[in-house]
Design a protein around this ligand. Structure first.
Ligand code: NAD
Length: 345
C-alpha cells in the first residue's frame, strides 16, 4: 500500500481522489493544512506527498521530507513555480499533471472577459434587487478588437481559437513561437502597444515575473482590458491599481493574485481582509476577481485525479519511472538519463 500525505485538501479533491483509492493500492492521508516547513512532519509516515499551487515546497521543506524518507512529490496541477525543483534534484522526484483541461482555463478567461466588457457582474446584482436600469452598463463589442495573447501553449491556443470565434484580430507573443501554427506573432512591445485586450497564458519564471508593470502599462492602449488566469506574480498588482486609478487600464479580470497563497481557496467572509491592495482592487467597479477557479470543472478534476494517481502508481511500480516527472534542468544534456528513458537520478 502506497501512503500519500494529501495537503490542502478541499471537498472537491476528496470526492475525486477518494474513489481512486478504493482498490486498496493507495491510501490518502487527507490534510486540511497546506504544506509548509511547520507541517511537513505530518508526512513522516508516508511514501509521497501530493500538493497544489499554494503549498510551499522550498529547500527547507524538501530537506525535511527527504529526511522523513519521502521519495516523491506529486503535484496535482500543471504549474510548479512553488517547487524548488533544482534543490529536489538527487533527492526527491517531482511529478505534475501537464494537462488536465486547458479548455477549463481558456473558457474561464473568456467568461471573465465577457462578464467584464458586458458588465454582467453589475447587471446580475441589479436585477436581483429588481433594479432594471441600464445606466452605466454600456459595454463594447469584442468583434474587431485586437486580443494580445502572451504564451501560446495549450491554454493560450484555445483562448486564441475562442477569440477568433468572436471575430477578434489576434496577435501573440511567445518566447518559443509555435512553428506553422498560423498564429500572428509579434514582439512583446508590439503586443503591449497594439492590444485592446491582453490575456496572460505563460508560466511564471524569473523572466516573466511582473511582466505587467508600470512601464509596460504606460505603453498599453488607454482602456486596455487585462486578463490573468496564469499566475498572480506575472502582474505587479500595485502598478495595476495605479493604472486603473489613472484610467489607463479599462478593466482587469484576475483569477490569480501575487499574494493569493494565504487568502484564496478559503471562506474569509466575516473577516477583515489584511491585504489592502487586494481589497482596493476588489472595490474597483472594473475589476473582477475569482479565486484561482479557472481549473475547476468536473472534467478537469477527474483528469487531475486520474493523472496524479497514475503518476504515483507508475513511480512506485515502474522502477521510479514516470513520464510526467519534471525536468530538473541539471544542465547535463549529453548525459540526460531521462532522454534515454532511464530514471532521472
Ligand atoms: P504550456 O506549457 O502549454 O504553455 C506555456 C507557454 O508559455 C509555452 O508556449 C511557452 O513557450 C510560453 N512561454 C514560456 N516562457 C515564456 C516567456 N518568457 N514569455 C512568453 N511565453 C513564454 O502551459 P499551459 O498549460 O498553457 O498553462 C499556462 C499557464 O496557465 C501555466 O503556466 C499555469 O501557470 C497557468 N494555469 C492556471 C490555472 C488556473 O486555474 N488559473 C490552471 C492551469 C494552468
Amino acid at each position: 500500500m502506497i501512503k500519500v500525505a494529501f495537503y490542502d485538501t478541499k471537498s472537491y479533491d476528496r470526492d475525486s481522489f477518494a474513489k481512486l483509492a478504493e482498490d486498496g493500492k493507495i491510501e490518502f492521508k487527507f490534510l486540511d493544512t497546506k504544506l509548509t516547513p511547520d507541517t511537513a512532519e505530518l508526512a513522516r509516515d508516508c511514501d509521497a506527498v501530493c500538493v497544489f499551487v499554494n503549498d510551499t515546497v522550498n529547500a527547507e521543506v524538501i530537506d525535511k521530507l527527504y529526511g522523513y524518507g519521502i521519495r516523491m512529490i506529486a503535484l496535482r496541477c500543471a504549474g510548479y513555480n512553488n517547487v524548488d525543483v533544482k534543490h529536489a534534484y538527487g533527492k526527491i522526484h517531482v511529478t505534475h499533471v501537464p494537462a488536465y483541461s486547458p479548455y477549463a482555463v481558456a473558457e474561464h478567461a473568456a467568461a471573465l472577459l465577457l462578464t467584464s466588457v458586458r458588465r454582467i457582474h453589475k447587471a446580475y446584482n441589479r436585477t436581483r434587487d429588481f433594479n432594471f436600469s441600464l445606466n452605466g452598463l454600456t459595454g463594447f463589442d469584442l468583434h474587431g478588437k485586437t486580443a494580445g495573447v502572451v504564451g501560446t501553449g495549450k491554454i493560450g491556443r484555445i483562448f486564441i481559437d475562442i477569440c477568433r470565434g468572436f471575430g477578434m484580430n489576434v496577435i501573440a507573443y511567445d518566447k518559443f513561437p509555435a512553428q506553422d501554427s498560423g498564429i500572428n506573432y509579434v514582439t512583446l512591445d508590439e503586443l503591449m502597444a497594439q492590444s485592446d485586450i491582453i490575456s496572460l497564458h505563460c508560466p511564471l519564471t524569473d523572466e516573466t515575473r511582473h511582466l505587467i508593470n508600470s512601464d509596460t502599462i504606460s505603453r498599453m492602449k488607454k482602456g486596455v482590458v487585462i486578463v490573468n488566469t496564469s499566475r498572480g506574480a506575472l502582474i505587479d498588482a500595485e502598478a495595476l491599481l495605479e493604472g486603473i486609478k489613472a484610467r489607463q487600464i479599462g478593466a482587469a479580470c484576475l483569477d490569480v493574485y501575487e499574494e493569493e497563497a494565504d487568502i484564496f481557496f478559503e471562506d474569509r467572509s466575516g473577516h477583515i481582509l489584511n491585504d489592502e491592495l487586494l481589497s482596493r482592487l476588489i472595490s474597483m467597479p472594473n475589476v473582477i476577481v475569482t479565486s484561482h477557479q479557472a481549473f475547476l470543472t468536473e472534467e478537469a478534476l477527474g483528469n487531475i485525479a486520474d493523472t496524479t494517481v497514475s503518476n504515483i502508481m507508475s513511480f512506485f511500480g515502474n522502477g521510479g519511472m514516470c513520464d510526467n516527472e519534471l525536468c530538473y534542468r541539471c544542465g547535463n544534456i549529453e548525459e540526460c538519463r531521462k532522454a534515454r528513458k532511464q530514471k532521472c537520478f
